[in-house]
Write a protein that binds this ligand. Structure first.
Ligand code: PLP
Length: 376
């Protein structure tokens, strides 16, 4: 089996897994128990991970809140902001290609009386900035635009989004889940107000993520209780996962240039081999700026499911959540791709263990599958 679904999830680094085992079995104290060495050791592990995460994101440690993943961080930012600002600024804007972790909370805000507007993208998946400015003419609490799309890899001009949103008095939430370890970035440079991250997208464990909240901004908590994470995320911290995330984030930031070069080289190889082997293939957003490692292939006119033909390759037809619901990708449809072609598109996402030989086999399998579906 060749694994080519790294945007869905990545294998956990053995060093992170070892650290987690130690935190589970030996240094297992409750970090709130500062009176015991056990507790202080656990607290120290969280403090270190917070510093590592902050450095990786270009933030201050006190701006990092650990959550159960990017989904929780999205929910926390959206509900936390809307609860505070809904009356004064009853509008939330999201790009039309956001992950369900953003769309669904926005939809819930709309059910609670907010006005939710989806800002369209063009055929390459780039946000329509003029439509954003028009929507910002009415008082808006929050603008949610992802930094890089999980299906196409397309990057957005976040600095411009922030400039326009801030000029209109709106806050900005940026889903940066797919950036960590693929391209260098900094939340402070981008000047976003909130951002989210997920450990399992960058060779850390599943079930842990982080919300970046700019210093001084207020947020209503989703979970209330013992007051952990500065009162913003109550519940005993998942110390092993936090420690594993810290290690993975630290390495992702340190190795980012090596990783970027590796992924870019393989992506270039994959796309040129696929173009050569499959006449009429479309590489979605090929002309837009993308993160390395992500290629979305469409092949109009195929009869049947292309993905089902890929024996020996683990890939997907879009985001993991879309596969779960077996719906055609809303991202491709927002870009103007017809639902049938969208449903038969294949996302190949490469990772650090991927090799040129893997890429060759993936291209071969894609070509073989397409040929078969054209014959039938
Ligand atoms: N946002 C993006 C862009 C993603 O790719 C994902 C993962 O599928 C998420 C959010 C949700 O992340 P998590 O699995 O940590 O909740």
């Amino acid at each position: 089996m060749i694994y080519a679904d790294y945007n869905a999830t990545t294998p956990c680094l053995p060093d992170a897994a070892r650290l987690m085992t130690r935190m589970l079995c030996e240094d297992f104290g409750n970090p709130s128990n500062r009176a015991s060495l056990f507790g202080r050791t656990a607290r120290g592990a969280i403090d270190l991970a917070r510093e590592q995460m902050a450095r990786a994101a270009g933030a201050f440690p006190d701006e990092v809140i650990f959550t159960s993943g990017a989904t929780e961080a999205c929910n926390m930012a959206i509900f936390g902001v809307m609860e505070r600002l809904m009356r004064e600024r009853p509008r939330i804007l999201t790009s039309a290609i956001e992950h369900p972790a953003v769309c669904m909370p926005a939809e819930a805000c709309a059910s609670a009386g907010a006005e939710w507007i989806e800002i369209p993208v063009d055929g390459r998946g780039r946000l329509d900035l003029e439509a954003l400015s028009e929507a910002l003419a009415s008082p808006t609490a929050l603008v949610c635009v992802m930094a890089a799309n999980n299906e196409t890899g397309v990057r957005q001009n976040i600095a411009e989004v922030v400039k326009r949103a801030h000029a209109a008095g709106a806050l900005v939430f940026c889903d940066m889940t797919q950036l960590l370890g693929k391209v260098p970035f900094s939340v402070h440079t981008e000047q976003v107000d909130f951002a989210c991250f997920s450990a399992h997208k960058c060779y850390g464990p599943k079930g842990i993520g982080a919300l970046y909240k700019r210093r001084g901004l207020a947020l209503s908590p989703l979970l209330r209780g013992g007051g952990q994470e500065n009162g913003l995320r109550s519940g005993t911290e998942n110390v092993p996962a936090i420690a594993g995330f810290g290690l993975a984030a630290d390495l992702a930031a340190r190795e980012v240039n090596v990783r970027r070069a590796h992924l870019q080289k393989l992506t270039t190889q994959l796309e040129s081999e696929v173009r050569r082997r499959i006449p009429g293939v479309v590489i979605q957003s090929a002309e837009a700026e993308r993160i390395p490692g992500t290629s979305m292939f469409s092949c109009p006119g195929l009869r049947g499911k292309w993905l089902a033909q890929l024996s020996g390759i683990v890939a997907s037809s879009g985001s993991a959540c879309a596969s779960l619901q077996e719906k055609p990708s809303h991202v491709l449809q927002a870009m103007g791709v017809d639902p049938e072609t969208a449903a038969r598109s294949i996302r190949i996402s490469l990772g650090m263990p991927s090799t040129p030989a893997d890429v060759r086999q993936i291209a071969q399998a894609l070509a073989k599958g397409a040929e078969k579906l054209r014959e039938t």
